[in-house]
Design a protein around this ligand. Structure first.
Ligand SMILES: [Zn+2]
Length: 54
């Protein structure tokens, strides 16, 4: 399951760069519909309760 989410997130890394969005829209959690500043923050987010509740 986590691998699947990671795969989705990786796919979404190929979004266009948007400087108005956190992390320029390059680090996105599809489950929570949230953007993160960098890959490290995104990976940490995957371990959090907030993410697992979704
Ligand atoms: Zn999430």
């Amino acid at each position: 399951m986590i691998y699947y989410l990671y795969y989705l997130a990786t796919k979404l890394l190929h979004q266009e760069v948007d400087f108005d969005v956190t992390g320029c829209a390059q680090h996105y959690c599809i489950t929570c519909a949230r953007y993160f500043v960098d890959m490290r923050s995104l990976k940490e987010h995957f371990k959090t309760k907030i993410h697992k509740k979704q």
